[in-house]
Write a protein that binds this ligand. Sequence first.
Ligand code: ACM
Ligand code: ZN
Length: 583
Amino acid sequence: MIARVRSLYRIFIPAIVAGLAALLGGSAFSAAAPPALIPRPVTMKIESGRFTITPATKILYTKGDARLADAADYLAGRLSLAFGKTMTAASTDAVDGPAGTIFMTTAGADPSLGKEGYSLVVRGDGVVIRAPKSAGAFYGGITLLQLALPGAFRAPAMVEGALGGRQTVRPPRPADQPNVSTAAPLKRMVVPCATVWDKPRFAWRGLLIDPARHFWTIDELKQYVDYLAIHKLNILQIHLTDHENWTVEVLRYPNLTPEKALNAADPRREKNQTYYHPARHYYTQDELKSLVAFARKRFVTIVPEFEMPGHCGGLLRGCPECGCTVDAKKVGGGEVCPGQETTYKILQNILDEMLAVFPSQYIHIGADECAKTNWSKCADCRKRMKDEGLESVTELHGYFVGRMSDYLQHKGRTLVGWDEILESGAKPGAIGMYWRSGTADELIRKAADHRQFLVITPTENCYFDYWQSPEKENEPQAFSHFVVTLRQAYALQPLPDHVKRIDPKLVLGVQANLWGEMMKSFPHVLYQTYPRACALCEVAWSPEPDGGRDYAEFFERLRTHLLRLDAAGINYRAPTDADRPRK
Ligand code: ACM
Ligand code: ZN
């Protein structure tokens, strides 16, 4: 342990000294050293001169666009946290930036920046962020903060609307310590003059969190969303249901969420619930609506995942009538019965309520790891297979997915499922998530031939519940024996060769998944997520340079970025010697 701490300090002391100087004075930032942005922008030119932001600086946006107001309000909110003084954004009729202000507008923006791109110009007499759409203006605001010193990210919205950070703890922090900001309020923020032109490589830039295995409060989910947003990630998939728990209030089926809806049969779950003991282990619809609204203001979409037809233990405890019928008796287990109409009726009733809570275009149904154990024995399943000419339980699984996909399409939404949805053939109206590194490659190849849209989230780069280092004795408990190092996370290849040949546009984007089985506390969740999510966000956002991404160059920028995480109070695993770029 001592050796580890020593090596950490060898790596990070220079960065910590530079960061502390910057935190204290705001003047240690040298315009000569290019600011270390993560994710790396498409183009950035640092110029001579600087602009100083103070609590008196006006933040303005062109009148008439509520979403632009969201982008400007968020920037004002973050500056308020950084300065420890309330700042607000105001609308204006201007379409050019008044002198001395930070100005956001969609007027005159370069249309080739698309839905999420922006240009950012910092001059001695002010800042102008122009974007065709307000999401771009939001990301321009994040880049502006990254151009300033790391303390610009001081104290995130730990509790919605609250100002200020809490205690001071130096990194590296144990995984179980509370998540707190280390930075003092700033007096001013010096930003080098710069011109940035930037837009994301992929539209889907996601993380998954799993409250079904370990329940997180709505405030914790909000924090998680806030941290995604400052990494220009835009999707949070929430794994809301599984064998262990059903975490969403459904008014029509209250049995799904008894008070303390824990799976008594899973002692590991009680053991892991060490951090706090919430009164209940499900979210009310109002809580979820408040999360969706919070995320929307940060241009993050909440994609809910309701597992079906497998991973359904929680569902079947509340709605046993969804189970198969074997020897004239209802059976439980993990899967619903795709043979009987009752199952579709109940699931669609549930989805109807959920669609009113989650406006996301994408609705995830999981559909992975379905053992189908009862299906070949169930009278209803056998009849369905005969009636529909289905030759195997795999085809029955495909039939189920197809029906749910049709239902969601009819409601104007798009089904997303893990790569198992492709086992019975491509599902062109849906989105497949490639997760089984190696195993599902052939499936993905075939599906791409049928122009299947995909999100890339392979275990070997994107499973953030896996260990971050093979030195397991120095790490908190992670999943199984698998390891995904920072280097592996950065090495993610978002375009499988075959898909690239057919049409790179079939890949909507990338995602990393933090499954909950081994998570002990919310700081542990953050520790598993960062800094690997810094690598993910760069793969998702930044264009891939000719010759590939350069881990050594990323690692250099990460030194500065970790100071931002410190200022924001985001727990993370400090890289060690083993993570250093190899010579
Ligand atoms: C998965 O990890 N079962 C998608
Ligand atoms: Zn059945």
